[in-house]
Ligand binder design. Structure first.
Ligand code: SAM
Length: 401
């Protein structure tokens, strides 16, 4: 990979000569070229900044030296066999947050160029020039929600995170797999010898016993649990997205209360967006939170959560007209968790909730909802002839065994 960095402090990038990144450069895996922006300023003082139009504090980096520097970087690759142009990364506190996923994406690029801003930043027209005149992909990337003095620290961080993903840079590539952020969880705590360490006179700190057990399954379970607990304690925002959900058993079950009504309403609309458009879905599309909450008094409704998020639900009740029939309704799985068999498990769960006296199950679905019909038929339901209880729907029943 080639990396070009343009900065008014080229010496700031000296750490890129050290450690694994320095070795990767020496091994020819990484071609880093650092350019002094002032080389592209032509006045006696090699000026790269000026006062901001519109007033305000601070200085703004002038467009001309930046355009010349970027032009030179692009021109220097004119003879490349792959015809590649650099992807331009401009560090900035107002950019897209830099993540491990972005590091992986950038690691796929053959060539990255970084433009290190200083002062109040770079004249906005430089971004337009890079994208429109030079045809570069331009990304503004933030290291975090705080303000640094310049982009160089961000370039060091991004370069290190990206370069260590390049084949051959890290000796043991397997060590990359289990790290924090690779699958949305933080890494488990790590220990090394001695197993028992006297940290202060009379105080001994031991490595968790499971790590000494040699039981790989138990160690993997312990580590996974530690990852979840650590992520919940330090970065609960990550848990929401990272909970692996493969089955109903992975979800937290509760009986719905009125407090769940707003999320139930959202889940209904998300799950039935197609049906709602097609049939009006017996008013489900227009239901208010109050109506959803009101329904909770007539049905027993179960909600399933993953990392706090309501992702599935189903409800059941004895038919008010026929107390031997257990009615099942509103079987819903969040769209992003569908096609994993959770719906089938949910149906079996709802059937299992029927009181002892119930001898049949009943449910209702859109007459043209082929996928639902297939699932229900496979679960032993038969479609009743004629129109269902609501326009455009069919009723299905199944004898209880
Ligand atoms: N006036 C700018 C603003 O409020 O967005 C801040 C400019 S900052 C003082 C100067 C330079 O530091 C920026 O142009 C950028 O290159 C770099 N910088 C500051 N904070 C950064 C962050 N969180 N991530 C990446 N780069 C940052």
């Amino acid at each position: 990979m080639r990396i070009d960095v343009v900065s008014i402090f080229p010496e700031y990038l000296a750490p890129l000569d050290l450690s694994l990144i320095g070795k990767a450069r020496r091994d020819g895996l990484l071609d880093v070229r650092v350019h002094d922006l002032r080389e592209f300023a032509h006045d006696r003082h090699r000026t790269v900044d000026d006062t901001p139009y519109g007033g305000g504090a601070g200085m703004v980096m002038k467009p001309q030296p930046w355009a010349e520097a970027l032009d030179a970087v692009v021109r220097s690759g004119a003879g490349r066999a792959d015809g590649a142009r650099p992807r331009l990364v401009v560090p900035g506190p107002g950019g897209t947050p830099f993540t491990q996923a972005m590091a992986r994406e950038l690691a796929q690029e053959p060539w990255l160029a970084f433009a290190c801003g200083r002062y109040e930043g770079i004249d906005e027209r430089v971004y337009e020039h890079a994208a429109q005149d030079l045809g570069l992909r331009v990304d503004v990337v933030s290291l975090g929600d705080y303000v640094l003095n310049g982009g160089e620290v961000a370039v060091l961080a991004v370069t290190e995170a990206v370069a260590r993903l390049l084949p051959g840079v890290i000796g043991n590539a397997e060590s990359l797999v289990e790290e924090s952020h690779e699958d949305g969880l933080l890494e488990y705590p790590v220990y090394t010898k001695p197993a028992s360490w006297e940290s202060a006179p009379g105080t001994t700190r031991d490595v968790p016993r499971v790590l000494l057990s040699g039981d790989h399954r138990a160690i993997a379970q312990w580590r996974h649990q530690q990852r979840l607990e650590r992520t919940a304690a330090r970065r609960p925002d990550l848990l929401h997205a990272s909970q692996p959900v493969g089955a109903l058993a992975d979800l937290d079950l509760a009986l719905a209360t009125a407090a769940d009504a707003p999320e139930l309403m959202v889940l209904t609309r998300a799950c039935w967006v197609g049906e709602i458009a097609r049939y009006g879905m017996f008013g489900a599309g227009e239901e208010s939170v109050e109506q959803v909450a009101d329904d909770l008094t007539r049905w027993q409704t179960w909600v399933f959560r993953s990392g706090g998020r309501l992702v599935a639900s189903v409800r059941g009740r004895l038919d008010p007209q026929d107390p031997a029939t257990w009615q099942i309704g509103r079987l819903m799985v969040a769209p992003d968790l569908q096609h994993r068999g959770i719906g089938r498990e949910l149906l079996a769960f709802a059937e299992a909730q029927a009181p002892a006296g119930a001898t049949a199950y009943w449910l209702n679905t859109g007459a043209g909802s082929d996928r639902n019909l297939r699932i229900y038929r496979k679960a032993g339901y038969r479609v009743r002839p004629g129109e269902g209880s609501f326009p455009g729907t069919v009723d299905l029943t199944k004898r209880r065994r």
